[in-house]
Design a protein around this ligand. Structure first.
Ligand code: SF4
Length: 364
């Protein structure tokens, strides 16, 4: 399979691992920011292959997982309004909010539909002019340009029944927030691959300059990740942190300029609420006032009620890198992928789901 097999070549993998083992002397704590990396690392058993002095932590890069219960409650309350169709990516509908989930709201009569893109949601709006169609916009800089394009298209088509509830998040401010909290002492960060195809590698420069932490942007195949770890080890051992791209087939330093322009046409930076972290300034994307007729947050009156967190769930501290799923008393017992208590077990990119499906008995 072109563009896959060559990044899973066992001989090249062995050579990279030998080099990592040969060079790595210092204790190093690395965080993979992105949930896609967490899945790939577990699926290919990479943690077990790395030297014992390298510790891997998962970060807050799973968009479903970081969506706060209060925001989920808003989506559920919108779904309970008359003549509303909620459209959402699949994983979101199963995530429990304070008292319910979108899936439960659907079972109780709400019109909740799973879509694969904002274009699907637009099509539903076209087909149902008598209904208000609300797209639950989650994700990072990767998905936001396509949602921005859907709003521009709705404007072009003069669709007046399409709305977006923008729960989008952006990565660099949350990386800064986690580093400023000082709960995890990191030596290196595997920077997100998909996000970086949009924003490039420049926005991470402050991590190397101000926090003296090594950075490498990685793709999602095993050789991509091993190359990123190799680059981080090199920087850590030499004491020269910088930002390297170990995913050159997907990422340019300046990113995807037309996609950034598209995103900035429709959205502007605003405060976002992160599960387990709270409100972080400029870490979200809000619909600009110029496009507010498409902003679900501004056009519907709802009362989502008080926010409750799932009892016993420690997703928040897992997303900050402070705990691992093995620290949760509910892991694998009360909480499983079939009966998830928190979002990290629901999402296919969640740490708890990765540990459950691929982790070994030592929790690595
Ligand atoms: S195992 Fe379940 S309850 Fe525990 S942190 Fe993960 S999602 Fe939450």
């Amino acid at each position: 399979m072109k563009f896959v097999n060559e990044y899973r070549d066992p001989e090249l993998g062995k050579k990279l691992l030998e080099r990592i083992h040969r060079r790595s002397r210092k204790r190093a704590r690395l965080m993979e920011f992105c949930g896609g990396h967490t899945v790939a690392i577990f699926k290919h058993g990479l943690r077990q292959l790395l030297p014992d002095n390298i510790e891997m932590l998962s970060g807050p890069g799973c968009p479903v997982c970081v969506t706060a219960s209060a925001d989920l409650d808003k989506a559920i309350a919108l779904g309970r309004l008359p003549d509303v169709i909620i459209t959402s990516f699949g994983d979101m509908v199963r995530v429990p909010g304070s008292r319910s989930s979108l899936q439960q709201a659907k079972a109780e009569g709400a019109d909740v539909r799973i879509v694969y893109s904002a274009q699907d949601a637009l099509a539903i709006a076209r087909d149902n002019p008598e209904k208000s169609v609300i797209f639950i916009g989650i994700g990072f800089e990767t998905t936001a340009p396509t949602i921005a394009a859907s709003i521009l298209q709705a404007e072009q088509e003069k669709l007046d029944n399409y709305y977006v509830l923008s729960l989008h998040k952006v990565c660099p401010p949350i990386m800064k927030a986690i580093l400023d909290m000082g709960e995890v002492n990191l030596n290196g960060i595997i920077c997100p691959g998909h996000v970086s195809t949009i924003i490039g590698s420049h926005p991470y420069q402050f991590i190397a300059d101000e926090y003296k932490i090594a950075c490498a942007v990685s793709g999602f195949e095993p050789l991509d990740i091993l190359l990123a770890v190799d680059r981080l080890v090199e920087q850590i051992e030499s004491g020269q942190p910088k930002v390297e791209i170990a995913y050159r087939r997907g990422v340019k330093p300046e990113g995807n300029v037309p996609a950034i322009r598209l995103l900035e046409t429709v959205f502007e930076a605003g405060e976002a609420n992160w599960r387990g972290i709270g409100a972080v300034p400029a870490s979200g994307l809000q619909v600009k006032s110029q496009y507010e007729k498409y902003d679900a947050a501004k056009n519907f009156k709802i009362d989502p009620g008080p926010t409750l967190e799932p009892e016993g769930c420690i997703c928040g501290s897992i997303l900050r890198g402070v705990s691992t799923p093995r620290d949760c008393g509910l892991f694998g017992g009360t909480c499983t992928p079939e009966h998830p208590v928190g979002p990290c077990m629901v999402s296919s990119e969640g740490s708890c789901a990765s540990y459950y499906h691929y982790g070994d008995s030592h929790g690595r």
